[in-house]
Design a protein around this ligand. Sequence first.
Ligand code: DGL
Length: 272
Amino acid sequence: MSENAIGIFDSGLGGLTAVKELIKVLPHESIVYFGDTARVPYGTRSRKTIIRYAEQDTDFLLSKGVKMIIAACGTVSSVAVNLNDDLPVPFTGVVIPTAEAAVKATKNGRIGVIGTSATVNSGSYKKEILRQRDDITVFQQDCPLFVSLVENSFISKDDDIVKLVVERYLSPLKAEGIDTLILGCTHFPIISEAISAYLGDNVTLIDSGRETALYAAQILKENDLLSDSEKPGECHYYVSDTVEDFRRTAEIFLGKSVGDEVSHINLEHAKI
Ligand code: DGL
């Protein structure tokens, strides 16, 4: 048992997709979230930079005494693959649990993967899917503008800009007849209604944040690290840029106010 918080990080708002699910499945757990909103997006940066940012993010969470770390970021999970080598606490990224869920879901063996450019270039999801089942055909598409839409609160399925960008990126995958689509960047489930409206009900969307939260709950259980508190867990959110934008989108997405629970932190100057 451990009453310490679970640490979750992402380049920005995307990791909230994992937070939302964790609160549902483990309501008594406390969460410390870090969103690197001053340096988002990670997905267009070099491997070296992504690794450096990811190390700073995990160091920050460790300084908060977390009992587990979740890299709720497709880009970090795809690029900083050795991140967990020296960590003193259990760790998971998003690629393995998400690929597993997609392999289970597909009926026609045609899976689409969307993510940031860094994620798609790494081929991480494709490799993991083929490792699990080599008869599947995988179609990849990077969708870097989705990250900016989400970070700027363009998330409604009725917004013309959102609709246009969704159609532009997803029409090639639709034409390939995929029946399953991995939302391989944790920002993307925030616009899943728009994605679903375009692809139709026959395409199953796999939410990397959700699948990873379920997987993390399993890891905590296996390591006997679940809290035995009867009280609802507390969440604290740290962001590296201003708190207002984060607050607004976080509230829409999580369906509750995150008012006082958000603080600013500058990792470049923080004494970790
Ligand atoms: N949410 C992140 C991901 O899953 C990062 C998006 C970005 O920073 O480019 O890839």
